[in-house]
Write a protein that binds this ligand. Structure first.
Ligand code: PLP
Length: 356
């Protein structure tokens, strides 16, 4: 087996027994190809009965969350998400006029900051859309006040696609195309197959599957609207081994937080893992402009940590909100790995700063 940490998945953790994971939410539910497909769908669904001119989004987000609003002629303004006193701070301005508030809890750490604001916003009759992509497996997946909730599952495991929308509102005709985007799914599945063989030790050139992953994302970026996720993916989601995903991630993230708490070159955005959390990654702030050099150093040790997120022309940032994008690194803590792997990440980070 090849030993490397992070980057794309190659397996999906399954249980024999079908899980009724999301039925507890007691809301209408629909499956989609990807998070952006789900978001675009729910925006269209909302627009059928509401006049929405302006949406209020977090400055810290992926361009794929902004695009569906712009594509549907909704003006977007941003509230600041930044680091203050080494903590992630969410600064909503209650005086900003908007018809729709977009809420998100980051990285699978339960965050109470928006609770009061969400309650007040709801009382004012504004719509609340919650992106539960990161918070889905925490004990509080989303605010009960949220009118529409969606989550993409692609970042949690090796599913080629899969996202859900939940709402108490009627969810209209789901999608124009009930099948997934075949070109995208086939490319991504081919990439997974090659990566699996590579990890199992076959002499496969890394670039062959990296190129396929990249091409698949480009197809999705151009053609994501109106797709369901297909029966096979739906069944994989319904058999997802959530208990394992939560347990492993909690253990791994707790190990990273414990060992890196006092590492001088970095700051943990969340200092510890609580029982209610299910970390997607362990985000750190790398001090003194060392984020990119640290990332390169980790890659040299076969540790691949993503950056959330690339800045696009759709983002509107100021110096402070941009600082978060430029200094954050997401440490891998997922269910593929155990304590020994986490220790390699810690050792590599410590080694990087000792060399300085
Ligand atoms: C918080 C969040 N919401 C939505 C999305 C979009 O999901 P997808 O890539 O499945 O379209 C992402 C993707 O990175 C995300 O991180």
């Amino acid at each position: 087996m090849k030993k490397e940490i992070g980057s794309e998945f190659w397996t999906v953790e399954q249980t024999a027994k079908k899980q009724h994971l999301f039925n507890a939410f007691k809301r209408n539910q629909r499956f989609f190809l990807s998070g952006r497909t789900a978001l675009e769908y729910l925006i269209k669904n909302i627009k059928e009965t509401n006049h929405i001119k302006k949406a209020y989004l977090p400055s810290y987000c992926c361009h794929s969350m902004i695009q569906p609003f712009l594509d549907n002629n909704i003006e977007v303004t941003f509230y600041d998400v930044l680091v203050e006193e080494n903590k992630l701070m969410i600064k909503v301005d209650p005086n900003v006029e908007c018809d729709l508030f977009y809420s998100i809890q980051y990285f699978g750490f339960v965050d109470e900051q928006l609770n009061e604001f969400v309650k007040k916003t709801k009382q004012q009759g504004k719509l609340i859309v919650e992106d539960a992509t990161h918070s889905l497996f925490t004990t509080k997946a989303f605010h009960t006040e949220a009118d529409y909730v969606f989550a993409s599952l692609r970042k949690w495991t090796g599913l080629p696609g899969g996202a859900l929308v939940w709402s108490k509102e009627t969810l209209g005709d789901p999608v124009s195309k009930t099948d997934p985007n075949k070109a995208y799914i086939e490319k991504r599945e081919a990439a997974y197959r090659l990566k699996r063989r590579y990890i199992e030790g076959e002499p496969i050139e890394k670039n062959t599957f990296l190129t396929l992953f990249d091409e698949a994302e480009q197809i999705l970026g151009k053609d994501y609207r109106g797709y369901g996720c297909g029966q096979e993916i739906k069944e994989q989601i319904e058999h997802l081994d959530i208990a394992k995903i939560i347990k492993k991630r909690q253990e791994n993230a707790a190990f990273l937080c414990g060992k890196l708490r006092f590492c001088e070159g970095i700051e943990l955005l969340y200092k510890a893992v609580k029982q209610d959390d299910c970390p997607l990654f362990v985000p750190i702030i790398v001090k003194k402009h060392q984020r990119d050099p640290l990332r390169v150093f980790l890659i040299q040790q076969n540790i691949y940590c993503p950056i959330h997120w690339p800045i696009s022309p759709m983002h509107k940032l100021n110096v402070r909100t941009e600082t978060l994008y430029k200094n954050t690194l997401s440490l891998v803590c997922d269910q593929r790995y155990d304590t020994e792997d986490m220790a390699s990440i810690v050792d590599a980070i410590i080694q990087f700063f000792e060399r300085k």
